[in-house]
Design a protein around this ligand. Structure first.
Ligand code: SF4
Length: 345
C-alpha cells in the first residue's frame, strides 16, 4: 500500500474533529464509545457538552449513572455508557484517576475491547496497534480484494492482521486515522469516490470495476415489531414514569406501557385507584431500534388520584434531568414541547 500517498491525502482532507486535534486518551476513549453504532454527525452534537459536563475521569467516575445517562440520552445502545461509567470508576480506583498507557492496562478497563484499546493506543499514544472498525474493514477488503464474509470473526481477524502489518510500517497516529477517514469520506459503502482516492492505483476493487461488491456481508436477522399501549398519566404538574429494569433501555425512565388490550389497562387503572379511568382517542407513534420496531398507541389521561408501585411522579419541569429514551421522548415532546430540550449543533 502506498502509505505516503494515503498520509498526504489525510493531511489535506481530514475533518476538523474536536477529539482529534489534541488527542488525549480520555477524549479518544469517550469519542470512540460514542461512535460505536452512532454516526459522526450525531456524536458531534453530544461530545462537546459531554466533555464540558465531565471534563476529567474523576468527574465522570464521581457522577451518578443517572447523570451520565441523562447527558447521552438520544444516542441509544446505553449499555456502552453504563460500562464507560464503570470504566471511569475503575481508572480512579486502580490507576489513581490517571489514564493507563499500556495496551494490557487499557484493555483491562471495563467496556474497552480490542478496537477501542487499539484506537486509544494508536491515536492518543502513537503506538503501533491496529483499530479495526467498519470503515477499515471496507477499505482494506476492497484494496486487498478479500472475498470473505465480514460477519465472521475469522474474516475480521484476517483484516485486523493486514491492518496490524500496515500500522507497524507507519506513524500509527496518522495511519490509523487516515484509513478511518478514507473509509468515511471516500471509500464509502455506496458510490465510493475512487477517482479521488489516493489508493486507486493498486486497489483490487477499483480494478475489478465493482468496488461496491466488497466487503461481503451476509444478511442479518429480521427486525421484530412490538405493539404497545402507552399512557401519559399527568397529575397536576407531574407525570408518571417507570424506571426500566430490563436489558433494553435498563435504568431509563419510560411512560407506563403494556403489550395488551386497552380493557386490561382500564382495569389496572381502576385497581390502582386512578380517577378518572376513561381513555379517549389515541395517537400512534413509532420508533425504530436496530432489531426492534415499537409501534405505540398513545393515550393521554389527566388524573386526580392514583398510585403505581412501579412508578414515580416526576415534575414535568424536571423531565430534562432524567434519562428518557428517544422512543418516549418524541411522545413527551409532542404533548409537552416546553418541557423537553432537543440537542442542537
Ligand atoms: S479505489 Fe475506490 S474501492 Fe479502492 S480504496 Fe479507494 S475508494 Fe475504496
Amino acid at each position: 500500500m502506498n502509505l505516503p500517498s494515503l498520509i498526504n491525502w489525510f493531511e489535506k482532507h481530514q475533518r476538523d474533529l474536536p477529539f482529534r486535534s489534541h488527542p488525549t486518551p480520555y477524549g479518544i476513549w469517550i469519542s470512540e464509545v460514542m461512535l460505536q453504532q452512532t454516526q459522526m454527525e450525531t456524536v458531534l452534537k453530544y461530545y462537546p457538552s459531554f466533555l464540558k459536563r465531565f471534563p476529567t475521569i474523576q468527574s465522570l467516575a464521581k457522577a451518578s449513572l443517572e447523570e451520565v445517562l441523562t447527558e447521552v440520552q438520544g444516542l441509544g445502545y446505553y449499555r456502552r455508557f453504563r460500562l464507560m461509567h464503570e470504566g471511569a470508576k475503575y481508572i480512579l480506583n486502580q490507576h489513581q484517576g490517571v489514564f493507563p498507557s499500556t495496551f494490557e492496562s487499557v484493555i483491562a478497563i471495563p467496556g474497552v475491547g480490542l478496537y477501542t484499546a487499539g484506537a486509544i493506543m494508536a491515536i492518543a499514544y502513537n503506538q503501533p496497534y491496529p483499530a479495526t472498525d467498519g470503515n477499515v474493514i471496507r477499505v482494506l477488503s476492497r484494496y486487498f480484494g478479500v472475498k470473505k464474509d465480514m460477519r465472521l470473526p475469522s474474516s475480521r481477524a484476517h483484516i485486523n492482521e493486514l491492518h496490524n502489518q500496515l500500522v507497524q510500517q507507519s506513524q500509527p497516529r496518522e495511519y490509523i486515522q487516515a484509513v478511518m477517514e478514507l473509509g468515511a469520506l471516500v471509500c464509502r459503502p455506496v458510490k465510493p469516490s475512487c477517482e479521488a482516492c489516493p489508493l486507486q492505483q493498486n486497489c483490487f476493487a477499483y480494478q475489478s470495476g465493482k468496488p461496491e461488491a466488497l466487503p461481503i456481508l451476509t444478511k442479518t436477522t429480521k427486525v421484530k415489531t412490538k405493539e404497545w399501549k402507552t399512557i401519559i398519566i399527568v397529575q397536576d404538574d407531574k407525570i408518571l414514569m417507570r424506571k426500566n429494569k430490563t436489558n433494553l433501555l435498563k435504568d431509563f425512565y419510560l411512560l407506563p406501557q403494556w403489550e395488551t388490550k386497552i380493557e386490561a389497562i382500564e382495569e389496572w387503572l381502576l385497581n390502582n385507584r386512578f380517577k378518572p379511568i376513561h381513555l379517549g382517542d389515541s395517537r400512534v407513534f413509532q420508533h425504530q431500534f436496530t432489531h426492534q420496531t415499537w409501534v405505540m398507541d398513545v393515550y393521554q389521561l389527566k388524573v386526580k388520584t392514583g398510585f403505581d408501585k412501579e412508578g414515580e411522579w416526576i415534575l414535568l419541569r424536571a423531565l430534562n434531568t432524567i434519562p428518557i429514551p428517544e422512543a418516549h421522548k418524541k411522545i413527551i415532546r409532542y404533548y409537552f414541547p416546553q418541557y423537553l430540550k432537543t440537542k442542537a449543533l
